[in-house]
Design a protein around this ligand. Sequence first.
Ligand code: T5A
Length: 223
Amino acid sequence: MTGRLIVFEGVEGAGKSTQLARLRARLERAGVSCRTFREPGGTPTGDRIRAILLDPGASLDARTEALLFMASRAELVSTVIQPLLAAGTVVLLDRFFLSTYAYQVGGRGLPEADVVRANHAATGGLIPDLTVLLGFSAAAGLSRAQQRGPQDRMEQLGADFHQRVESAFSRFGRIDWQASHPEAGPIVVVDASGTADEVEERVSDAVTARIPDLGHSMTRAVA
Ligand code: T5A
């Protein structure tokens, strides 16, 4: 089995963490070696950057914010993800650079070309094998996230900001957008409405269709 990078993306509260954990459980039942990480974070330095980025009391310029997300990413990619992929591990990642495109370009309005260039420096050109983009409404996702307790700095940014983020994620699902952004790799949009069990089945089907060897492993484990 070769290493694979599978990314989960979507608006706040879309169910990324829930579905990532469920896919990991399915893969591990199938005997697939698998690790999970989230952005920002995943390394000691990244976790400190995460604390700054999500601190509701922090005031950050939009460019500072974008570069901090990318600094966390650079550390995670070079010290953790690349070695794991080289060792043949399947890496499941909760958010990657499509989040920067959605939040800092779509939401904040930073110039896309600048962000794409800086992001390339952060990732070293690493392209996910598959991005599972959970399609969900920002309003419904925020309401789920709010039920968990106090809002973090990004959640506090208001309905208009999060609507722009949702619109950006919708664009990323389009074939023409993907054709003009080859650095993003293959993206599959999965409807994230319904129960967690229903979404899990859709995610599993999508991964099986796009990465057949992983799908066959999961199917053999169920049979
Ligand atoms: N960000 C991140 C940027 O601005 N730029 C970047 O480059 C990057 C990488 C990260 C923040 O940083 C921003 C985006 C974010 O604002 P985070 O806490 O990691 O912060 O944020 P989220 O990824 O949004 O985490 P959430 O936990 O809010 O969302 P998830 O992971 O999508 O949702 P999940 O699975 O935790 O589920 C949320 C709740 O809904 C329930 C769960 O049990 C949970 O309570 N749930 C369901 N309920 C009913 N039906 C279902 N199908 C359900 N699925 C889950």
